[in-house]
Design a protein around this ligand. Structure first.
Ligand code: TIU
Length: 229
């Protein structure tokens, strides 16, 4: 029998099949969430992003306990920067920018300390990590193949930042036919106004890009699933 669950969400209830649903944890890297990383080098206060870590951990624990699919992403580039558009590197006229040596190693470069995911959300070996050169997680990656091979139809979306990589990814996913539930306390922006606007844009017009709910509402239904060994 197929299990379908329903979460109280905006603009109306979100219904999903757990076996065909993945938790997508977007770019919870030290470079965005911790002081000294790319986010701070861009001139931002990282505190609002840190606040998303604890609720995301609770959702991650619930998905793992129920044996559901978890996929992580990281934004960054090859050490030779051959996959970094020169326009991206030049943007912002930063004194220390992409590829340069920062307090946590070379900024947004794969293999560096700052590029990796924060300890609290460290991926398990069984959880695919998608390295992406852009803001959207589908662009120039094998995310769609990974999701297709696991029969995924719905995405529970968390991560940073709401109006940049989360939004771009949700838009890409929506165009590919995935149903996206964005957890409002598990996504974060450096700008409170953008956080509010980005979430409103998802649910406006009958859910033009998807659904929004709190992690608490989702956990209420996921916690009812049997634990997997
Ligand atoms: N600057 C900003 O808000 N975000 C990014 O550069 N990347 C992601 O959102 N991951």
């Amino acid at each position: 029998m197929t299990t379908r669950l329903t979460v109280d969400a905006e603009p109306y209830e979100f219904t999903f099949e757990p076996a065909r649903t993945a938790l997508l944890v977007i770019d919870m890297q030290r470079d965005f969430v911790d002081p000294g990383g790319f986010g701070e080098l861009l001139g931002n206060d990282v505190a609002p992003l840190r606040r998303a870590v604890a609720p995301t951990r609770r959702v991650l624990d619930a998905f793992r306990r129920a044996g559901l699919t978890v996929v992580h992403t990281r934004e960054g580039h090859r050490p030779d920067l051959s996959d970094c558009p020169p326009s991206k590197r030049a943007r912002g006229r930063l004194p220390v920018g992409i590829g340069d040596k920062g307090p946590m190693g070379r900024v947004l470069v794969r293999g560096e300390y700052g590029h990796d995911i924060v300890d609290e959300l460290r991926p398990r070996p069984s959880e695919p990590v998608i390295d992406k050169p852009g803001k959207g997680a589908f662009y120039a990656t094998d995310l769609e193949l990974v999701l297709k091979d696991q029969g995924i139809q719905s995405l529970v979306v968390t991560g940073v930042t709401t109006e940049v990589c989360v939004h771009t990814t949700v838009r890409e996913a929506n165009d590919r036919g995935y149903e996206c539930l964005v957890l409002e306390d598990c996504v974060a922006s450096y700008f409170p106004a953008f956080q509010a606007a980005a979430l409103a844009m998802i649910t406006a017009q009958g859910g033009i890009f998807g659904w929004v709910a709190t992690s608490e509402r989702l956990l209420k239904v996921i916690d009812g699933l049997p634990a997997q060994a």
